[in-house]
Design a binder for this molecule. Structure first.
Ligand code: DON
Length: 307
């Protein structure tokens, strides 16, 4: 990548695919986005970056936040504790499926990237109450992005809180099976705030650079996440990050990545780049349709694949 202009040309090409996608509206406040938007920041590990599209526009992380809460909880509790309650296997099912919780014995969510697993992970964030758990999570995200202004979008959080009946069902099922403990409404409150954490492509790409550097801050050189935890997160991103499209994505792009229903994609090219993309028109599996095309083009042109 040599210039913003070169990146802009790829964005224009990828944007054409937006018309085949649809903005998510099962969380009503997300339905307001313009399906034609496409923006990207590529943050290099030497602290330079390229942008294209409306890269300053903020969007909510949705499922991308699952990678960040997982990193925090692994730091809080250690691997043994976390993986007693959440598995390590891809599902091949949609992100919000309840099916395998009932059919697998003992009942535990298959991985931390599906909603059931992510709810169980958020339930493990340390803190004496909801406020302390939230503060610890948002401070961690702010440190990763090096941006103290990052917060959550109240309208999107409220909109999801009011409509998250399936996520509540997943929680009650897991509570019955001793995977989660405590008050379900408080957990849904924390989870919907987590999903509504809002930032732009630059912030997300900057967090990606921390992962590309195996946990080091690209500016200060400070270690923010232990290396073995970054490795676990990146592995889940490869095997489960794009849900039931993860296999195809591994073949076509070949880097750790995580999508969200807002249209965000968080991608990490190890030792090279952190990438933040926003393109709210989604394909039928809930991934940004133009964002995927853009990553495919970049991966071909700049040999991203780790495989
Ligand atoms: O739990 C939910 O349904 C949303 N807050 C997050 C889902 C999501 O982003 C799935 N990603 N593609």
């Amino acid at each position: 990548m040599q210039s913003n202009k070169e990146l802009q040309l790829l964005v224009e090409k990828a944007k054409r695919f937006s018309k085949d996608g649809k903005v998510a509206d099962y969380i009503p406040a997300l339905g307001k986005e313009d399906g034609n938007d496409l923006a990207i920041t590529i943050y290099k590990t030497d602290n330079s970056y390229f942008h294209a599209g409306n890269f300053e526009k903020k969007f909510t992380l949705q499922s991308i936040s699952k990678v960040l809460s997982l990193a925090l909880v692994l730091m809080d509790r250690g691997e043994d504790y976390v993986f007693q309650k959440v598995g390590m296997e891809p599902t091949g099912d949609p992100f919000n499926s309840i099916a395998k919780l009932e059919t697998l014995k003992p009942s535990k969510p298959l991985n931390p990237m599906i909603n059931a697993g992510a709810l169980a992970v958020t339930n493990m964030i340390k803190g004496k109450d909801l406020t302390e758990k939230w503060e610890r999570l948002i401070q961690f995200v702010r440190a990763l992005a090096n941006d103290q202004q990052i917060t959550y979008n109240e309208e999107v959080a409220r909109s999801e809180f009011e409509t998250a009946h399936l996520n509540r069902a997943l929680c009650f099922f897991m509570k019955q099976n001793n995977i989660i403990e405590g008050d379900v409404e408080s957990l849904i409150d924390l989870y919907t705030k987590q999903c509504a954490i809002e930032m732009n492509c630059y912030d997300l790409a900057r967090i990606g650079a921390v992962f590309a550097l195996n946990g080091f801050d690209p500016d200060s050189g400070e270690r923010l996440i232990p290396e073995h935890i970054v490795r676990i997160c990146k592995t889940f991103m490869v095997t489960c990050g794009m849900y039931n499209a993860s296999g195809e994505f591994a073949i076509k792009v070949g880097v750790p990545a995580k999508s969200g229903v807002s249209g965000g994609i968080f991608a990490v090219v190890p030792n090279r780049y952190g990438i933040g993309i926003f393109g709210p028109a989604l394909d039928e599996k809930g991934n940004s349709i133009a964002g995927l095309k853009l990553l495919e083009m970049l991966a071909n042109e700049f040999e991203f694949s780790i495989f």
